[in-house]
Design a protein around this ligand. Structure first.
Ligand code: ADP
Ligand code: TRP
Length: 330
């Protein structure tokens, strides 16, 4: 039985995507549609661990869909859908939680961080079991590779463990996935040099207009080296972002200017703003056009849901049979 490898990933609709999301997840995921069966979704169930605003959830789900399409997701090839359009994932999450020890969930980075802050008692049961639902997402679609940023690798490993537990109890019925993290985009730095993240308020949103984009780029933190000093391109945030959008020749050129001295961070930032704008201008235009036509986005999501659900139901039937549950109701 020869089938193409399957790539799967999800992204929460919790705000406008930033360069970390784009380079860490969106771009690598879209690239895989050429070589893999690609399944990508808006993780709207997961967004509910923090979100409480129904109108915002509806809007940001469409924004994420438009973002993927603006950057080249091809709905004729890739399956793109809302997580909640395949409620079977919830049932698989239940079966996984019945074979998963609390100890596994207590090792999750997010839970441990809450514990360190003395807030473990205050997190919701949904937040605590977030990794189980994520494992169900991955396993329901028989995924082989999961393109994500480095921070999500632990979750993919937990999905491997949970698949192993269920297979050990009921016999081999779930495929074990691998995370795929592109080394050069594992962690994109934010304005302050820490990992770019909404939680740190250090993001550069992907669809900012040219002026606000340039303004933000000018605010990127650099070391105190003076204009005339030689600079180290390997440790600088401006250079790290430039590498993502410039050609090899441009990167080599800027590295030489850094090392020679007489080239200031101000100059580097102008080049970075130009390069980012050149890279993002066309997708930005497509994004706004797509958002202006929500019914096309809904059509894409509906077709994606139909295709995803067919696959999800097959996996769940397989698991139910092993467990001793009746066939899914029609
Ligand atoms: P945030 O940290 O801003 O809340 P999310 O956790 O929603 O972002 O991340 C969505 C996806 O983007 C995940 O696959 C994550 O690994 C990836 N990602 C987020 N920030 C970065 C970053 N700074 N570098 C690389 N990948 C990232
Ligand atoms: N937890 C992921 C994030 O915060 C989103 C997500 C949900 C996901 N389910 C997934 C990613 C399944 C990959 C596979 O970014």
């Amino acid at each position: 039985m020869n089938r193409r490898l399957r790539a799967l990933s999800g992204i929460k609709p919790t705000g406008t995507p930033h360069l970390g999301n784009y380079f860490g997840m969106v771009q690598p995921a879209i690239a895989l549609q050429d070589t893999h069966d690609a399944y990508y979704f808006v993780a709207d169930y997961h967004a509910l661990t923090t979100g409480r605003d129904a109108a915002l959830l509806r809007r940001t789900s469409l924004e994420i869909t438009a973002t993927f399409m603006a950057f080249g997701l091809d709905p004729a090839r890739a399956v793109f859908f809302r997580q909640s359009a395949v409620p079977e994932v919830m049932e698989l999450a239940w079966h996984l939680s019945c074979v998963t020890g609390l100890g596994l969930l207590m090792r999750a980075h997010a839970y441990k961080a809450a514990l360190d802050k003395g807030e473990a008692g205050a997190i919701s049961a949904g937040t605590f079991s977030y990794p189980v639902l994520m494992a169900a997402d991955i396993l329901l679609y028989d995924s082989d590779v999961v393109p994500v940023g480095k921070d999500q690798v632990q979750h993919v490993e937990m999905a491997q463990d949970m698949a192993g537990h269920l297979n050990a109890v009921y016999g081999e019925c779930l495929r074990r996935p691998e995370a795929s993290v592109a080394a050069e985009v594992a962690t994109i730095p934010g304005l302050d040099g820490q990992k770019m993240s909404k939680s740190y308020q250090n993001t550069i949103e992907v669809f900012l207009g040219p002026k606000p984009l340039r303004k933000l780029v000018r605010s990127i933190k650099t070391d105190g080296a003076a204009l005339e000093d030689p600079k180290d391109p390997t440790t600088d945030n401006v250079f790290a972002l430039y590498k993502l959008v410039a050609s090899q020749a441009e990167v080599d050129d800027m590295a030489a200017l850094y090392r020679a001295g007489g080239f200031g961070y101000g100059h580097a930032k102008e080049r970075l703003a130009d390069a980012l704008d050149a890279h993002l201008a066309a997708p930005r235009e497509r994004y706004h056009a797509l958002l202006a036509d929500p019914s096309t986005l809904e059509d894409v999501l509906a077709e994606g849901a139909r295709r995803a659900r067919a696959v999800g139901r097959e996996t769940l039937e397989r698991v139910r049979e092993r467990i001793g549950l009746p066939k899914l109701p029609a």
